[in-house]
Design a protein around this ligand. Structure first.
Ligand SMILES: Cc1cc2nc3c(=O)[nH]c(=O)nc-3n(C[C@H](O)[C@H](O)[C@H](O)COP(=O)(O)OP(=O)(O)OC[C@H]3O[C@@H](n4cnc5c(N)ncnc54)[C@H](O)[C@@H]3O)c2cc1C
Length: 490
């Protein structure tokens, strides 16, 4: 075997996955067709759940304090994201190139090998390994590994070579975007005109990002970005303003194609990120959804490769993440109707705007966009945190206070003994001993804030930060076996 896992694609999802695999102690090679990292202007928003996960791994601090904007939207209708119950409310403005730089450093620091200039062209599955062919800078390359993960974007070669279906809906709506210098037009946020919708936002450097959609336009597949003249003409038709004299710095089009891989795993091949789901990048959810796939998959695949995974653990990646993306895609589809529909959606928009004023409705939609509402259907038991992510809180141990999320930096599981009962904690410690090296124990008392509600309970947390057992779920042993496998003394 040349390595244990091959990741195809050094986009944000492939890089985070490579880092997580290395944290789990697995040899990882990333094959990337581009010779150098992309500097293209793409996603610019990290949502709360992604920031929490970065915090769990000690990465959030490396981003400094990015600009934060609580003013979100749902299909163009204003939606506050700043009031959510998280350490990271709001939208964190981080350019995708910066996120990729951070994750690249993390993956390589942990020992992932990233081979650039390698275009994957072939793939064969065998009973005990997978073999991949790539065109490298010095000619064809053949590599073998136990598993391969396609993080190679929406056109995923891996998905096609593996023969995984990608059902869904083709685009029937399109938006044109451009960053333009030398124009002076009014700022507008999802402003509706009789024939279309327009957005204009001027950056501090004087460049204006314009985005325009014509209600009646039916897109055809494109082979490259639109000409700036096309954007300027659409802008003029919709708003009546001229921007054609400006200097375009970046021009791009995107549409409402909505597809999802039928399965995220086929034998020794898995998919994550845009390779697994293609969606309109409205509300900045596309990138965040993919990063959370990587967080879910990394530790499971590492356990599988190291022979520690209990039966079914690797398949739980599809079982957990496919429904999450299905729901996000449904939300994005709803938003695309509200945002890009013409006069026929005016009534729907009015009803939605009214609903958003009702108690709990805006919060419900906002926590979905932020990725905070993910609750995997895990049992037994009815503790409110079962399946949900562990919220951040201060943990007091004697006179010491520490941040509970720091305890997840190791990439191991975590048993939180919060009962304050020394005998009970000692019994848990004894029960946990055979899993030493896979699950850490921390005993203490939650400080003020969210954690105070947890006092008196014991919780088992997976390496991705999701709670899989509480003392109300019955005995601890079966949960340790289910998530961390039979103890082998390693
Ligand atoms: C123009 C544009 C604008 C966008 N704007 C937004 C936005 O505003 N908000 C938002 O949330 N999302 C946006 N997105 C989507 C967001 O960028 C993606 O969701 C995100 O990049 C997905 O990450 P990924 O790692 O899954 O895939 P990608 O970032 O697509 O990375 C895939 C990688 O795989 C490599 N690759 C592909 N095929 C092969 C092969 N055969 N062999 C080797 N390597 C290969 C590619 O070169 C690439 O580096 C935008 C996307 C585009 C294209």
């Amino acid at each position: 075997m040349d390595t244990q896992v091959i990741v195809v694609g050094a986009g944000p999802v492939g890089l985070l996955l490579a880092a997580e695999l290395r944290l789990g102690g697995v040899e990882t090679v990333v094959l990337e067709r581009l010779a150098a990292p992309s500097t293209a202007s793409r996603a610019s928003t990290l949502h709360a759940r992604t920031m929490e996960f970065f915090d769990q791994r000690g990465l959030a601090a490396e981003l400094g304090t990015p600009p934060n904007d609580g003013a979100g939207h749902f299909g163009g209708l204003p939606l506050d994201l700043g009031g959510l119950d998280t350490r990271y409310p709001g939208q964190w403005k981080v350019l995708q190139a910066r996120t990729e730089e951070l994750l690249h450093a993390r993956a390589t620091d942990l020992g992932a090998r990233i081979l650039r200039g390698h275009l994957v062209t072939g793939l064969r599955q065998h009973p005990d390994h997978v073999e991949v062919e790539a065109q490298g800078p010095a000619g064809p390359v053949r590599l073998r590994a136990a598993y391969l993960v396609g993080c190679d974007g929406e056109e995923s070669t891996v998905r096609q070579l593996a023969g995984i279906d990608f059902p869904g809906a083709a685009a029937d709506k399109e938006l044109l975007r451009a960053d333009v210098d030398g124009i002076d037009i009014p700022g507008r946020r999802f402003e509706r005109f009789p024939t279309g919708m327009a957005v204009a936002a001027r950056r501090p450097d004087g460049v204006t990002r314009v985005m325009v959609h014509e209600f009646a336009f039916r897109p055809a597949p494109r082979t490259g970005p639109p000409a700036f003249a096309e954007v300027a003409a659409a802008w003029a038709r919709v708003t009546g303003e001229a921007i054609g004299h400006g200097t375009p710095l970046w021009v791009n089009a995107f549409d409402n194609t909505c597809r999802q891989a039928a399965r995220y795993r086929l034998g020794r091949v898995l998919l994550a990120g845009d390779a697994a789901h293609q969606q309109m990048p409205v509300g900045g959810q596309a990138l965040n959804l993919g990063l959370q796939d990587a967080a879910n998959l990394g530790w499971k695949l590492a356990a599988e490769v190291r022979g520690r995974a209990p039966a079914g653990l690797l398949d739980s990646y599809h079982d957990e993440r496919h429904p999450v993306a299905e729901r996000v895609l449904a939300g994005i589809t709803a938003q695309s109707h509200l945002l890009l529909g013409g006069a026929e959606v005016d009534g729907l928009r009015a009803v939605f705007a009214e609903l958003l004023t009702l108690d709990g409705v805006a919060e419900h939609l906002a926590s979905g966009i932020a990725g905070l509402d993910v609750r995997y259907p895990l049992g037994p038991g009815d503790h409110p945190l079962l399946g949900a992510r562990l919220p951040a809180f201060e943990l007091a141990t004697g006179p010491q206070r520490g941040d509970v999320l720091r305890l997840l930096r190791t990439g191991r599981g975590l048993l939180l003994a919060l009962s304050g009962d020394e005998d009970r904690t000692a019994r848990l410690a004894a029960e946990l001993r055979p899993w030493a090296g896979r699950v850490d124990l921390a005993a203490g008392w939650p400080g003020h804030g969210t954690g105070a509600d947890l006092a008196g309970h014991d919780l088992l947390v997976r390496p991705d930060g999701h709670v899989v057992w509480a003392d109300t779920s019955g005995a601890l042993g079966p949960a340790l076996l289910r998530w961390f496998g039979a103890p082998t003394g390693d």
